[in-house]
Design a protein around this ligand. Structure first.
Ligand code: NAD
Ligand code: MLT
Length: 313
């Protein structure tokens, strides 16, 4: 196979990187500034990214030799897939590599916000043995409303069942049989789910249709005792409206791993609230997931250049 030039512009696991180096002339440049990416992208036949690099129309226009873009993860919302396709560039992702990591992070967020674990630890570090302010809530017997019952949503449902939660879901694209198999009640209307759930957890892609799916109206429909969990994409929620309902204590709290703009600004008002738990897009950040997604993408890109069928285009 000809040794094509391949650029990796976000951090990926060494195992995937080494695999790529067997076949390509690899430039590993995590954190590459946008302007530099625009200057050099024309030299490469393949590009590998995570979520930090924005592969915009402008980047694709400059990518005269690019044949394939590999996304070491699920969401391709940082890539202009339509433009890439128009230019004949294939977009490959690694959809199943980080499912468990994102699912476990979601469960972690649910527990952390319910028992105020980060808030209690923060006071303890200041020398304050504070118990009475940290009366939490149990997951047991509560209703979990999943928006999106795909790979991650399904795994969250299975674990929630072990906590003896009632699980309901809104996903217009899955079959009633699949929901039944998971012992999940499928709702055909998002608003009914929102009104009933004690925890709402988002597990759907960010697209033009799903942008701000959870807006002011939806947030105000939530029970005052309910929590919102978002380990999918920041753009699914109207962040300004969320800040308002949290500040006014119209809902119990929110646990967020993802934000409209990442990284968030240090002056993001969400950081001033007590009824939130925030993590910096760590859903897929486990050793296991990072190795899997890097290897899945590397192997698929190699298949592509060998003229073989790829698994995740
Ligand atoms: P998936 O494709 O397996 O599942 C998504 C589900 O959403 C599908 O079943 C689809 O039918 C459903 N869906 C689509 N539009 C919908 C709508 N309008 N309303 C309700 N449901 C809708 O994807 P997945 O692997 O489960 O990933 C889910 C999300 O999690 C993606 O946005 C992905 O990018 C994100 N993710 C985040 C992290 C992280 O680090 N925080 C890690 C992995 C994945
Ligand atoms: C994904 O969509 O896979 C996630 O955002 C994980 C990531 O790339 O960090």
């Amino acid at each position: 196979m000809e040794r094509y030039k391949l650029l990796v512009s976000d951090p990926i696991a060494e195992s995937g990187l080494n695999k790529l180096k067997e076949f390509f002339e690899v430039d590993y440049r995590p954190g590459l500034p946008k302007e530099e990416l625009l200057n050099i992208i024309g030299d490469y036949s393949a590009l590998v990214v995570r979520s930090e690099t924005k592969v915009t129309k402008e980047v694709i226009e400059k990518a005269k030799n690019l044949k394939v873009i590999g996304r070491a993860g699920v969401g391709v919302d940082n890539i202009d897939v339509e433009e890439a396709t128009r230019k004949g560039i294939l977009v490959i992702n690694a959809p199943e590599g980080n499912t468990i990591a994102a699912c476990e992070h979601t469960i972690g967020l649910m527990l952390a916000i319910s028992r105020k674990i980060p808030q209690a630890f923060s006071l303890l570090k200041q020398g304050k043995w504070e118990r009475k302010s940290f009366i939490g809530n149990e997951l047991y017997g509560k209703t979990l409303g999943l928006v999106g019952l795909g790979r991650i949503g399904s795994e969250v449902a299975k674990r929630a069942k072990s906590f003896k939660m009632r699980v309901i879901a809104y996903d217009p694209f899955i079959s009633p049989e699949k929901a039944k198999e998971l012992d999940v009640e499928l709702y055909s209307d998002l608003h009914s789910l929102i009104k009933e759930a004690d925890y709402i957890s988002l597990h759907l892609p960010l697209t033009q249709e799903t942008k701000n799916l959870i807006g002011k109206k939806e947030l105000e429909m939530m029970k005052p005792t309910a929590y919102l969990i978002n380990c999918a994409r920041g753009g699914l929620v109207d962040e300004d409206a969320l800040y308002e309902v949290l500040k006014e204590k119209k809902i119990a709290g929110a646990a967020l791993d993802v934000f409209k703009n990442e990284p968030i600004n240090p002056d993001n008002p969400l950081l001033t609230l007590d009824n939130v738990v925030l993590t910096p897009h760590l859903g897929a950040s486990t050793q296991e997931a990072q190795e899997k997604v890097a290897l899945i993408v590397a192997e698929d890109i190699i298949r592509f250049f060998k003229g073989e069928m790829v698994s995740h285009a």
